[in-house]
Design a protein around this ligand. Structure first.
Ligand code: UDP
Length: 462
């Protein structure tokens, strides 16, 4: 009898989950990976999404999709590339999505059946308005935090940092350590918070308070990577915390890529010697100005190393793509490098030719580099990138930060330090240790594997 019930249960699945990603590449990827992970555990999946940056539905025939058809947050794409605009955009998304999202969830609940009950909502931490909707329709909400535990701790610490006066400190003190959030320096805190002003503190305060109201938090991180900060997080967010990452080790990010990934990146890497190539990419949102772009190009050319460079259309402020490149410099760069608009990043990092990753230190990029054992050069510009970069350099000691912005001499020196010097070999060894820890945490009985089992049991209590 028991067996028959079990069989029946397996046929029906464990119920349905509603997942709602923030519509940015670095947030869509982990949410859709999480959807695949939970689907593989027997849950049915409905992805609720915006019209803005809507996901690639054809890659997920096993999911149901619901477009909330929000009124477009005016000129969305023009708002990217600058921290104040990103804050504005996140705020707008939280405002314009409220009504259509609420109506969508209500409709899904009223159409749901006893055989396929909706267990809970899983939404991005930055979609703070979804907590009020979840409360309204009496659906438990679990938050997905797509970045590190440490970065959320730093966000949580903003009121304290403000109270201690760190945000009004002079630039001359920029190298001073901030004892409340080690290993950050004053300049990291200033870059993370100062430009965002009031709007950013208000937004972070909502993100933090609405996360505390949720039933639990899922982290795309793993215990061994952020062991020391875990007890603090558990105190700050006294709800169940599930560290089940890195998600992309279960399912790759390629299926959820919003831009076409140029496969010539891989065929070009196939022609290069092992551990000879620097991979350069600043992710889907960060932008640089023309001067920085020239400095990058000269730094790369002068390093005399091979490089694969993702120049995303729009990454250079005020330019469509490569027009600012003077022809002479383009020739010099082309001798050693290959430029693409968007790459299959995970495969690039896993390629035997890739030796180093010069990154903006978005959390997905950082995790993807760790998982492939590739040391990093860090050029963070806003948000969690500063905290991620400082961990890369000072805690895991698997890379270095370009401390003075993007300057050609410093770039060339950094490339040599990581790709040629003994220092770089030591970084590579430490990265390889982290890579082993990743593999271990995902195996049966490993920390992420156990945490995922707890998450599944937790969801089944709803
Ligand atoms: N990515 C990619 N191709 C590229 C550059 C990035 O597929 O050429 C992917 C990368 O693998 C990662 C995501 O885009 O999963 C970027 O997320 P991240 O958190 O690193 O940065 P963000 O774009 O959010 O700043």
């Amino acid at each position: 009898m028991e067996k028959q019930e079990e069989l029946q249960q397996r046929k029906l699945g464990k119920g349905r989950l509603l997942l709602f990603p923030l519509p940015f590449q670095g947030h869509i990827n982990p949410m859709l990976q999480l959807a695949n992970i939970l689907h593989s555990k027997g849950f049915n999946i409905t992805i609720i999404h915006t019209s803005f940056n809507s996901p690639n539905i054809s890659s997920y025939p096993h999911f149901t999709f619901e477009n909330i058809s929000e009124d477009s947050p005016t000129g969305c794409t023009d708002l990217l590339g600058n921290v104040n605009n990103i804050i504005l955009l996140v705020k707008l998304i939280n405002e314009v999505c409220f009504d259509p999202f609420r109506d969508c969830v209500k409709k899904l609940i009223s159409n749901s059946s006893a055989e396929d009950p909706i267990r809970c909502l899983i939404s991005d931490a930055l979609l703070y308005f979804t907590q009020a909707v979840a409360d309204l329709v009496k659906l438990p909400r679990i938050v997905l935090r797509t970045s590190s535990l440490f970065s959320f701790h730093v966000f949580h610490s903003l009121p304290l940092l403000l109270q201690k006066g760190y945000l009004s400190m002079e630039d001359s003190e920029s190298e001073t350590p901030v004892l409340e959030v080690p290993p950050l320096k004053i300049k990291d805190v200033l870059l993370t918070f100062k430009n965002g002003g009031e709007a950013q503190s208000e937004m972070l305060s909502k993100i933090i308070s609405e996360t505390k109201e949720a039933s639990g938090i899922i982290w795309n991180s793993f215990q061994e990577l952020e062991q020391s900060i875990l007890p603090t997080i558990q105190q700050e967010f006294p709800i169940p915390n599930f560290t089940i990452g890195p998600f992309h080790k279960y399912f790759t990010a390629s299926a959820s890529s919003l831009l076409a990934q140029d496969q010539t990146a891989l065929s070009w890497l196939d022609m290069q010697a092992p551990l000879s190539v620097l991979y350069v990419s600043f992710g889907s949102i960060a932008a640089i100005d023309k001067t920085e772009f020239f400095e990058m190009a000269w730094g790369l050319a002068n390093s005399k190393q091979k490089f694969l460079w993702v120049v995303r259309p729009g990454v250079i402020r005020g330019s469509e793509w490569l027009e600012p490149f003077p022809a002479g410099l383009l020739d010099a760069v082309s001798e050693r490098g290959h430029i693409v608009k968007w790459a299959p990043q995970q495969e690039v990092l896993a390629h035997p030719a890739t030796a180093c990753f010069w990154s903006h230190c978005g959390w997905n990029s950082t995790l993807e580099s760790i998982c492939e054992g590739v040391p990093m050069i860090c050029s963070p510009s806003f948000g969690d990138q500063l905290t991620n970069a400082r961990y890369v350099e000072a805690v895991w000691k698997v890379g270095l930060v370009l401390e003075n912005g993007i300057k050609r001499e410093e770039i060339t020196k950094a490339i040599r330090r990581v790709m040629i010097d003994q220092e770089g070999k030591e970084m590579k060894m430490r990265m390889s240790c982290l890579k082993e820890k990743v593999n271990f945490c995902l195996t049966k009985g490993g920390s992420s594997n156990k945490s995922l089992d707890s998450l599944v049991s937790f969801i089944l209590t709803f």
